[in-house]
Design a protein around this ligand. Structure first.
Ligand code: OSB
Ligand code: MG
Length: 384
């Protein structure tokens, strides 16, 4: 299969230059979830997020790292990010160099995409603030309303699951994703499907199955799902290709895609028909846009994943979804689904038709509230 390559969607962005940065803070906040978020790999009861504050003149840009304190979704953790950011990435950030040069310096550090994304995104947000333009405009993209999607964690009972889905339907979410794991899958999907025959529904296994489960997974084909996300191992592409040959339901890869090169391998091997792009997992907004553009050119729809972010990361994902290729609803939900009280001032809410407006104003368009940061802060380190 010959894949199609379009002109780079990031060429102009790569020519932007790193501004001078006179203040750098690393702040860890911990926000309780309104209810625990269960997956096949872990149950999270709160969001512990590492925030990077970049100050230049009177302007401060806040960027949120998507890592967790634990390595259960990704090998990176808030502590590995702190280490890599402080000791290897920030030392090569130099005012005046282009973002292309920055990315090339970052490439010497292998992996650690979440750490790289935190800095790259912070710089982009800072540049947008300095120019007084919204982030999506800096990215070269016109404003548009963003589709919504809810990710429902594993529940203790089917009744709890059904009432969560009912809530999503009542709010007019554009699609519903439910987590599954071995032993909590077919019957649970069947219960939802029976009650909501027309719902745009998908499942996410976070890598809980093995190739020995192919016959079991094929049962999912009966439910008209939009896709099954990351059924097999978090590092795998090859076995997913074998599974995709056996299943009619499209496979969507999440954990396995860490770069444009991974996306190309997955598409060429036909390991998936859809890609979940988490800007943090792939090293930042530029690589996310490259993957989206490559996928679009090859008939692979993409959507923006989420990492239960606070309003900072949530806003980044919203701006990103103005980019070409984001044609499916992502894991972009209302703030109230996760937090009673966020650290930014305009919570994400759905319009009556389920769409989300891009927050207006320079940068992310949301105001980071210093008193809320202080209230939720569990650690703070001033680096400059
Ligand atoms: O696999 O997409 C995932 C949350 C934490 C870790 C992994 C995942 C998720 C989600 C939630 O599904 C997405 C969200 O609502 O932000
Ligand atoms: Mg996932």
């Amino acid at each position: 299969m010959a894949t199609t390559v379009l002109p780079s969607p990031t060429a102009a962005l790569e020519r932007l230059t790193v501004p001078s940065i006179d203040r750098i803070d690393l702040v860890t906040v911990r926000l309780p979830f309104v209810s625990p978020f269960g997956t096949s790999v872990h149950v999270w009861t709160d969001k512990e997020a590492l925030l990077l504050g970049l100050g230049s003149g009177g302007v401060t840009a806040w960027s949120e790292c998507v890592s967790d304190p634990d390595p259960f979704y990704s090998p990176e953790t808030n502590e590995t990010v702190r280490h890599i950011v402080k000791d290897f990435l920030l030392p090569v950030v130099e005012p005046g160099i282009t973002l292309a040069e920055l990315e090339s310096r970052f490439r010497r550090v292998r992996g650690h995409g979440m750490a790289k994304a935190t800095i790259e995104n912070g710089i982009l947000i800072l540049l947008a603030l300095e120019r007084g333009v919204p982030l999506h405009e800096l990215l070269g993209r016109p404003a548009r309303r963003i589709m919504s999607g809810l990710s429902i964690g594993l529940k203790d009972t089917k009744d709890e699951l059904l009432s969560a889905v009912e809530h999503a339907v009542a709010r007019n979410y554009h699609r519903v994703k439910m987590k599954v794991k071995k032993g909590q899958d077919i019957d649970w999907v069947s219960a939802v499907r029976e009650r909501f025959p027309d719902l745009r529904l998908m499942v996410d296994a976070n890598g809980d199955y093995t190739p020995a489960d192919i016959d079991h997974l094929k049962q999912l084909d009966a439910f008209g799902l939009m896709m099954v996300e990351q059924p097999l191992a978090y590092t795998d592409i090859f076995e997913h290709a074998a599974l995709q040959r056996e299943m009619t339901t499209p496979i969507c890869l999440d954990e396995s895609i860490l770069s444009l090169a991974d996306a190309k391998a997955a598409v060429e091997l036909r390991a998936c028909r859809i890609i979940n792009i988490k800007q943090g997992r792939v090293g930042g907004l530029l690589e996310a846009m490259r993957i989206a553009s490559y996928a679009a050119a090859n008939g692979i729809p993409v959507w923006s994943g989420g990492m239960d972010e606070t309003g900072i990361g949530r806003a980044v994902n919203i701006h990103l979804q103005t980019a070409d290729g984001f044609t499916l609803p992502g894991d972009t939900s209302e703030t109230s689904n996760y937090f009673d009280e966020d650290i930014v001032d305009t919570p994400v809410v759905l319009a009556d038709d389920g769409f989300i407006e891009i927050p207006a104003g320079p940068g992310l368009g949301v105001r980071v509230l210093p008193d809320r940061i202080v209230k939720r802060m569990v650690r703070m380190e001033r680096l400059r």
